[in-house]
Design a protein around this ligand. Structure first.
Ligand code: SAM
Length: 274
């Protein structure tokens, strides 16, 4: 899959995509990420990409012509039609389902805003407007990287183990089950000791706690482990994000476990703790 990213801070993108899963996928040729400096598409000596807003008010607005020229150049190179994503806090919220849709495309253009955002007319060339959450960042580079990373890991061959992507949170509408690694027992201070230590009353006694991996995960019984994980994922989703369950893609065993969990909840059994 190919990504063209248009930004006034190319280094921010270039550094971030050079490492990790995305970096390795680029080296292997599974992904291509081309970063375009918006200033290369200006025509004036000072390479100006922004101007004051019509009607007055604070801040600067990204001018439309450099963006149109950048899109023309990408279109010339890649061919039509382009899927052009405008990063914006006003866009549709990025979800795993949205990322899955985008990962089926061969090519994606990501536009990174700055200042007060883009001149409204840029939207004439945009096919998707995506927000990464209900908060405002100073620029579209981090959102573009979030979109790139989320979409790229769904492209076959990018993550080494396809099973790990299939088990990720949200993939089937469930949160992931809890994970443990060695050692089987670890000692730490109890949760809450940090808070006590910073109160005006001074540090309280610190309780050591032995934290054990659930026995079933050490049992070697794969059928039991599989069922425990299903139950843990469902229990966690029911506790933290119950609204996901109405859309979740559950098998018969999971539907049965969910019925048990809901019955336990209705009887007042504490669940969702692991
Ligand atoms: N004045 C704009 C508004 O309120 O909609 C915010 C502009 S913001 C300071 C500058 C740029 O950061 C935006 O053009 C967009 O590219 C990016 N950005 C900020 N928050 C974002 C978010 N939650 N999701 C996606 N992009 C975001």
């Amino acid at each position: 899959m190919t990504f063209d990213i248009v930004t006034i801070f190319p280094a921010m993108i270039e550094q971030a995509v050079a490492t990790g899963i995305v970096g390795r996928a680029i080296e292997r040729g599974t992904l291509e990420v081309k970063v375009h400096d918006l200033r290369d598409f200006t025509t004036d000596r000072h390479r100006v990409v922004d101007d004051v807003p019509y009607g007055g008010g604070p801040g600067m607005v990204l001018k439309p012509e450099p963006i149109f020229r950048a899109l023309d150049a990408i279109e010339g190179q890649r061919g039509r039609p382009l899927t052009v994503v405008l990063t914006s806090p006003q866009g549709r919220r990025l979800t795993q389902a949205e990322a899955e849709r985008l990962s089926r495309l061969a090519h994606l253009v990501l536009l990174c805003g700055r200042y007060e955002g883009f001149d409204e007319r840029v939207r004439e060339r945009v096919t998707d407007e995506i927000s990464i959450g209900d908060y405002v960042l100073s620029g579209g580079e981090l959102p573009a990287l979030v979109i790139l990373d989320t979409v790229a890991r769904l492209v076959p061959g990018v993550v080494g183990d396809e099973q790990s992507v299939a088990e990720d949170s949200f993939h089937r509408g469930l949160l992931d089950f809890p994970q443990y690694t060695r050692p089987a027992e670890v000692t730490t201070t109890r949760a809450g000791s940090v808070e006590r230590a910073t109160t005006l009353a001074g540090p309280g006694p610190v309780d050591p706690a032995v934290l054990k991996v659930p026995d079933v995960l050490l049992s070697g019984n794969h059928a039991e482990i599989r069922r425990w994980r299903k139950r843990a994922a469902l229990s966690r989703t029911l506790a933290r994000r119950p609204e996901l369950l109405s859309e979740a893609d559950l098998d018969e065993e999971e539907r049965e476990i969910l019925r048990e969990l809901v019955a336990e909840r209705d009887k007042g059994v504490e669940y969702g703790r692991d």
